[in-house]
Every structure is written in C-alpha cells, then in structure tokens.
Design a protein around this ligand. Structure first.
Ligand code: SF4
Length: 638
C-alpha cells in the first residue's frame, strides 16, 4: 500500500499540482516513507540524503501529518528562518493544512527588557558607539512584537551592545524577574510549549538534552517526534554541551554585573565593589601571564609554568572571595541571589582546572589578544548523550544530513553518539553528476606540507578561474592559506575578490551572488550550509584534504585514547571525519538539476595515497580528469 507521505509527494499529489518547479523524486518519496514509519513506530533512524533529494519536504510532510508534536532542529539561525518563514508556510499551503508552529531561538537572540533597563542609565559603556546602540534598542522595544534582535536590521550582527540587552542562562532571573510578564524569551518559550511544530537549532536542542539550568525550568516541550537536520554537526555541538568552560568574558561580565548591582541595590556593601574590581584585575593578570595569543593547546602545557599557575591560583581565590562576599546577601533580593549562584558555578568550573587530570576529559586553553577560554571537553560524548536521551525513548528520532555515511556505512556517526540500535537509510542524489560536473585533480602540485603549496594551488586554479570568469569558491583548510591566497590574487583585477573576514558571512554571500566575475575565498565556515544555486557558482577549488589538525588538543587526546585501546585512530577517526568534511565542501558546487561545474581538489594525496580512494569513492560520481585543458574548455562552455 502506498504510504500517505509518498502519495503527497508523488506526481499525483498536491505538490505536483501547484505547477511550480516541483518534480516527483523517487528518493524524496522513499525518504518521506521512512520518516513516516519512524514517526508512527516511535523509532530512531539515521538518513543520509544526497543533495537535491528534497529532504526538507520529505520530513516536513510526515511531521505535519503526525498526530502529535514535532521538534525540528537545524544547524544555524539562517536555516531556522528559512524553515519557519519559507518552507513550512509553503508546505501548509500546498497541503491545505494548518498547525500551530513556533520558532524558538537561543536566548541571546531576544531582547532582555530587564537587562536593558538595568544598563540603560547606569552602565559604563566601553564606547560611544555602544551608548548610541542602547538608545536605538530602547526605541525599538516599543515597535517589536517578538523581541527578535536579528530582525532589527540597524543593529550589526556583532554589535557591542548585545551583552547589555540580552540575557544568558546565568544572569536571567526567570520567573522571579520583575519583567517576566513582558519577557520575550518567556513568550517565545510559551509559544513553543503550545505549538505542534517547533523549529529550534542544535544548541537549544542540546541545552534541553543536557538539562542545563536555564532560569525557566524546562527549555523545550516534550515532543512525539524529533527531526535533526544537518545531523552531522550534532556530535560537535554535544561535545561543547557536555563539557565545562571558564572564560574571561564570563568573569568580566560577572564582575561588571556585581559592580552595577552594588551601585543600584547594595551601596552599603563597599566590599562587593572591591572584590569585583580585584577579580577583573586578576583575570587581566592571568591573561598577561599566558603571553602571546595561542591557538587551542593542552592546559597542562601552560599550567606547568609556575608564573601561570600562580596567576591562575590567585584568580580562583578571587572568585572564591567574591563568592563569600555575596553569600550572606542572597536573602536581600533575587539579583544578589543570582550573582551568588553565578559566582558559585564559576568557582566550581574554575576549580576543575586546578585538580588532577581526569582521563575522561581533555582540558585545553585558547588564548586571544585580550581574552582566554579554558575548556574541559569529554573524550567520548556517546555515553552522556545516550544518558540524556533516556527520558525521550518514547519519541521518534530522525537524524538526517547530506553527509552522515562513510562508504555507505553509518558506523562512524553511530559510534560518536552511541546510536547503536538506530536504523539507517541512504538516498542518492537525483543529479546526473557525470554530466553535470568534473572532478579535476591537477598534476604537479607541490607536497601539501611544502611552504610553496598555497602558491602552487593558486597557480593551478588561476587558468580555471579565468575560464569560469570567476563564479568560484576557493575553500581553504587554514586561515594562513586563505590569507596567502588572498594576497596572491589581489592584483588580479579581472576578478572581484570576496575574502572571509572582510564582512559578515551573509553580506559576503549576497555580494558574491550579485557581482559578476566574483571569487570568494573562505575557510570551513563556507564549506557547509552555503547555497549558491545556478550559474553564480561554477567552480569550487579545495586546497587540501580536510584532515582535522592532529595538533589540536581534543583531536590529539582522542587519537591517543584510541591508540591506547589498540584501535586504528586514523581509520576510525581522522579519515572518516575528513571524508565527511570533503563531501560537505564538494556539496557547494551542484545545487540543482541544471547546475554544472568543476570541483578541483588540489591535494595530490587524493591520487598518491592509498586512502585517497576512500575520499573519491565517497564524493558524488563526477567525471574525473587530470587534464587542465579539458577542464578549462568545460568551464569556458558553461
Ligand atoms: S526573565 Fe530573564 S530574559 Fe526575561 S526579561 Fe527577565 S532577565 Fe530578561
């Protein structure tokens, strides 16, 4: 018997009747059938659906038909907006259905009325620009209905005022807040509780699963079905949520808030101001003791230094002193109680980095010009993840992405999250890659570890950039290579260069789409979730096979741990991660049935090393070539 979801997406169903560009796709119908069954049977399934399958409709249709509540989680805020404002209304219209829907973002996206009021007249701002921004936000509060600051276009994405007008799980006063009745976060949560379909992102989903304290008790409503799109990102998000961290930003914000509350609520407690200022000073001293900026490194490399160790001990003591000062004041009001809770939590996390190493976690530090982040990340997230899933066993789980499997198997993903009993399904892309795309691996490129490698990569890409008249993404595995390539290309006036970091990602992409002869240079943030369909993007060049850095402390600790267990760390961890990352990057090229283009992978190891085959076998089946002239001609003819 044909399933209902299959029928709806077939050529006899309502989508085909709309007369838009919709076309019946076997993979889409089959996927919707799997999702429908999974939801009915409250099962768990991992689904890889190649680009062009139409996976969004394949899960939305059964979710809308489901007699129950569904939570759909996506990777980014932009994808959430796309689902909520575009895809869902369209599917409702076609299916002539209405269900209650809600969009729930992280609390940092909503205006916090309480913090706005608290800071508006009393805060000491770091710049005149921030002071101006808070006045603008205050004017906007009367106009907004949902308090979603991302919709307030006058405010830049990284506006300095944001920490003053948004809340964190730490500083939110929850139901004891004087502004609770008008609170935008509370309203959004309430709508989510009442809705049939709630669109969230992985951070919210993980916060809910990890049961992080959040000021409002339950974060998400319990649902009958959970759909996790872009599910390949979930293990990394889970790693962050099951870990612990202490950052200079947290310390400075706590110190500032203590100061503010001292001036507004507790002027008789001069010792509070002293303790807060001392804390801020010792955080700055600790930062100085760390020396130059440093990328992610083992904390033990730093903590073994006596000066750093002493500076850290003093910082922990200063948190303790503040904690003791706040303790007797908790009975005064909710603000002081909240500050005490924050300082206590900060102390607990800070003490983690004083005690002996724990084998289940890796402790690492990242040092920036004026700040630092100390992290304790679990080596294996599958156990805490599985534990956190226990209360959700009666719900259906659909985890989907265009890149979950490696060589047709889901073992890698399954192990990362401990999803041993989940079913799996794989749907190939409906695109005819052999006709639509070439996979070009240039000859004679330098060894990727050679200092001249990036130059030789750019030289190999140049004739193709000319043949394609720009319309290209150059994707790099490091910022160093990105910057070098940007310098090498800056005198090529025939192209309009867009370089990651020059402006916000959405702005760069918009300019890239609109401008002829454009070339965009980016690192990993452009490898996924970027959709440029049609002629605007005809050439994607990737500099190296995207192995995660073995020098990274989390990777290194995971590799060492696998080796200690006598396992093949390269085959089980490094290679599959890199295969998935390459598939993601390659996926930027062909976005529609009429798209055509060339994927160039510069790295000669794709051919010279035995493992190169594993990458090639997992890429979409494009026509391979090593011939530059053939490739140029292909691009010139587009
Ligand atoms: S409840 Fe929390 S988020 Fe809402 S206004 Fe109060 S402090 Fe801000």
């Amino acid at each position: 018997m044909t399933s209902h979801a299959r029928f709806l997406l077939s050529k006899s169903g309502p989508f085909a009747q709309m007369g838009d560009s919709f076309r019946e796709r076997e993979a889409q119908m089959a996927m919707s059938e799997v999702v429908e069954q999974t939801m009915e049977q409250r099962d768990a399934v991992m689904i890889e659906a190649g680009t062009g399958t139409g996976k969004t409709f394949a899960y939305l249709v059964p979710a809308i038909e489901l007699d129950g509540k569904t939570i759909v989680s996506t990777g980014t805020r932009n994808l959430q907006d796309q689902l909520f404002f575009k895809d869902l209304p369209y599917v409702f219209r076609v299916m002539s259905k209405t269900r209650k829907v809600a969009l729930l973002k992280g609390r940092q996206n909503y205006l916090c009325l309480h913090r706005l009021d608290l800071n508006l007249h009393t805060a000491r701002f770091t710049s005149a620009e921030v002071a101006e921004q808070i006045v603008k936000v205050n004017d906007w509060r009367a106009k907004t209905r949902d308090g979603d600051l991302t919709q307030f276009k006058q405010l830049p994405e990284d506006a300095g005022v944001l920490p003053y007008v948004t809340s964190t799980a730490d500083n939110c006063l929850g139901s004891e807040c004087p502004d609770y009745n008008d609170c935008f976060v509370a309203k959004a949560r309430k709508q989510a509780m009442d809705a049939d379909i709630v669109v969230v992102n992985h951070h919210l989903l993980m916060a809910d699963l990890a049961l992080k304290e959040d000021g409002f008790g339950e974060l998400l409503p319990r649902a009958d079905a959970y759909v996790v799109d872009e599910a390949h990102q979930l293990p990394d998000v889970a790693s962050a949520f099951f870990g612990k961290a202490i950052t200079s930003r947290q310390i400075n914000e706590l110190s500032k808030d203590v100061n503010l509350i001292y001036r507004t609520h507790a002027a008789d407690c001069k010792e509070l101001e002293t303790a807060a200022l001392q804390l801020e000073k010792l955080a700055a001293d600790f930062r100085i003791s760390l020396g130059e900026d440093a990328p992610r490194q083992f904390w033990r490399n730093f903590s073994s230094d006596e000066t750093i160790n002493e500076a850290y001990q003093s910082l922990v003591e200063a948190i303790d002193v503040l904690c003791q000062q706040l303790k007797p004041l908790v009975i005064r009001d909710r603000e002081l109680e909240n500050l005490y809770e924050r300082s206590e939590k900060l102390l607990e996390n800070a003490e983690l980095f004083v005690s002996d190493e724990d084998e289940t976690q890796v402790r690492w530090i990242e040092v920036f010009r004026k700040s630092f982040i100390l992290n304790a990340t679990p080596l294996d997230v599958s156990e805490p993840f599985q534990k956190s899933l226990a209360p959700y066993r009666n719900s259906a789980w659909v985890l989907t992405s265009a890149t979950l499997a490696v060589n047709g198997e889901f073992n890698h993903f399954k192990h990362k999250l401990g999803l041993f009993s989940a079913k799996s399904a794989l749907f190939q892309s409906p695109f005819t890659y052999r006709e639509q795309a070439l996979l070009y691996v240039p000859r004679w490129l330098k060894n990727p570890s050679s200092p001249d490698y990036t130059r030789s990569f750019v030289e190999a890409a140049l004739p193709l950039l000319k043949a394609a008249r720009g319309r290209a993404f150059l994707l790099f595995t490091s910022h160093r290579a990105l910057n070098e390539a940007a310098q090498l290309l800056e005198n090529h006036r025939e192209f309009n260069l867009f370089v990651q970091g020059d402006s916000a990602k959405t702005h760069l992409l918009e300019s890239f789409r609109k401008t002829p002869d454009s070339v965009l240079l980016g690192t990993f943030s452009f490898w996924e979730g970027v959709d440029v369909a049609g002629e605007a993007l005809s050439f994607v060049a990737i500099d190296k096979l995207p192995f995660s850095s073995p020098g990274d402390p989390v990777n290194q600790a995971r590799i060492e741990s696998l080796k200690r267990q006598g396992k093949d760390a390269f085959g089980l961890f490094q290679l599959p991660d890199a295969v998935i990352a390459l598939k993601q990057g390659a996926g930027r090229l062909i976005r529609g049935v009429t798209d055509k283009g060339v994927l160039m992978v510069g790295d000669p190891r794709l051919i010279s090393r035995q493992y190169g085959k594993r990458f090639i076998e997992d890429l979409p089946p494009m026509l391979p070539t090593r011939n530059q002239e053939v490739t140029e001609e292909f691009l010139s003819n587009l």
